[in-house]
Write a protein that binds this ligand. Structure first.
Ligand code: G4P
Length: 196
């Protein structure tokens, strides 16, 4: 997605060979116009899938998810990373290990908001090692719902997540795919290179 790639080039900061900081439009301040376009793009890619619900994870997955949800006219459910005082329903949970933070988190969704009649689009902001996406896919499976695919705003293709999820037969649609952050420079994977 050209608009997103341009934004990454203009405002992204390469912190290391592994990490891209995008705090000015995605992870802290949010560029609402860009998110609207991101939402439209996800909606277009999954429009024929009969999506009934978008499932994401707090916090940075919420903005792109809400924008896609407006386009598809469906609700968004976000998995919580912390226990909520008010959620007293039965919880669907998955354990997610973050290689980046080297910690294990339990993520949870109430079974009131995800059921076997749902057709789900999972959305997240970043795809690195794929553990968050895998955890969300597990929760969808526990609910007995069907998973149409996974929409990612920024995929770091040089990490394992995309390959791992696609090898499991999951449809992964990433709006920007980064092949390298080496030498302080962002390089994108072009569509022609992207056949996995
Ligand atoms: P994984 O789910 O793909 O395995 O990712 P990993 O554990 O490596 O990532 C942990 C957190 O760091 C996630 O956000 C993920 O989105 C984010 N992240 C991973 N790589 C990058 C990167 O290069 N740049 C930025 N900006 N973020 C990255 P989180 O902790 O859940 O944060 P948030 O959603 O509350 O913002």
């Amino acid at each position: 997605m050209k608009l997103l790639q341009d934004k990454i080039i203009n405002e992204g900061k390469v912190l290391s060979n592994q990490v891209l900081k995008v705090d000015s439009f995605l992870n802290h301040q949010i560029d609402a116009f860009l998110m609207k376009e991101v939402g439209k793009e996800f909606a277009a890619r999954f429009e024929n899938e009969g999506i009934t619900k978008i499932v994401t994870i707090e916090s940075s997955g919420i903005a792109p998810s809400v924008m896609a949800a407006l386009e598809l006219n469906v609700p968004v459910v976000f998995a919580r990373k912390r226990k909520s005082l008010t959620v007293t329903d039965q919880l669907l949970t998955a354990s997610v290990y973050s290689f980046t933070k080297q910690e294990e988190n339990t993520i949870a969704v109430s079974n009131q908001h995800l059921t076997s009649s749902d057709r789900v689009l999972v959305i997240d902001d970043f795809l690195a090692n794929g553990q968050a996406a895998l955890g969300l896919a597990e929760i969808v499976e526990q609910a007995g719902a069907s998973l149409a695919g996974i929409g990612i705003v920024i995929e770091k293709s040089f990490q394992e997540g995309g390959k791992m999820l696609r090898e499991r037969g999951l449809r992964v649609e990433s709006l920007a795919r980064i092949k390298s952050l080496e030498n302080n420079e962002v390089q994108f994977l072009e569509e022609t290179e992207a056949a996995v």
